[in-house]
Write a protein that binds this ligand. Structure first.
Ligand code: ATP
Length: 215
């Protein structure tokens, strides 16, 4: 049987319940066999993270330890340098020639797809599962992305199993208004972050004295 692998890249500075729910919602709707959470070594399109790559990987490991269907994938951190998704997918595709690879993207991230390096190769390497929150709508404002969605869009998740790459599946997920930025700001201000991220991750942040300074 073809394995259907979900891939969620992020800065994860720190990982939080919004990321974990996003991964789980996509896995259950799209039928992923396993979902890899992939911390970027150096995200190309945003300021450098506060926590080190090793610390962010450790937080993803702690957050996913209790769930057999989620795993921390160090591929970008091992490769080092700027973490371009096209490089990650090319490497994963080499290891898993026939498997279905499904890149999870928030709708906000999808709308910035054309800023990515070799963005037009992404659908040759993987499917896209685009998670919108209710009310965000489906149509893009960028005509090129809208055309891409019309050409590659599918509504039946079974299409992700039939092909190894090349489909776009839009799904709607419940909104969880949590961001790593808010968590870092709360920690710097001495406010509680309980129930926003897994408890073992909170303990790690405390042990490592992370995010104590306002940024
Ligand atoms: P920051 O606040 O530092 O920008 P972030 O919380 O958005 O970080 P990232 O690591 O940049 O986290 O996000 C990785 C992916 O997770 C992105 O595709 C982003 O859209 C998605 N994401 C982040 N927070 C949520 C959330 N609360 N619900 C759904 N998706 C989310």
């Amino acid at each position: 049987m073809t394995r259907v692998i979900g891939l969620l890249g992020g800065t994860f500075d720190p990982i939080h319940n919004g990321h974990l729910r996003l991964a789980l919602e996509c896995a259950s709707t799209a039928g992923f066999t396993q979902t890899h959470l992939i911390p970027a070594h150096l995200p190309p399109l945003r300021p450098p993270p506060i926590a080190s790559a090793a610390q962010r990987l450790r937080m993803v490991e702690l957050a996913t330890a209790g769930d057999d269907n989620l795993c921390a994938d160090p591929i970008d951190i091992v490769r080092a340098g700027p973490s371009y998704t096209v490089d990650t997918l090319t490497a994963l595709r080499r290891e898993a020639a026939a498997e279905s690879l499904c890149l999870i993207l928030g709708r906000d991230a999808f709308l910035k797809l054309r800023a990515w390096r070799h963005w037009d190769q992404i659908l040759d390497l993987a499917h896209l599962v685009i998670a919108a929150r209710p009310g965000q709508g489906d149509a893009g404002t960028d005509p090129v992305l809208q055309q891409l969605q019309e050409r590659h869009g599918v509504t039946d998740p079974a299409a992700l199993r039939r092909h190894a790459a090349g489909c776009i599946l839009p799904i709607t997920i419940p909104a969880l208004d949590i961001s790593a930025t808010c968590i870092r700001q709360s920690i710097a201000a001495g406010r509680s972050v309980h129930f926003l991220l897994p408890e073992p991750v909170i303990q790690f942040i405390q042990q490592e004295a992370l995010y104590r300074n306002p940024t």
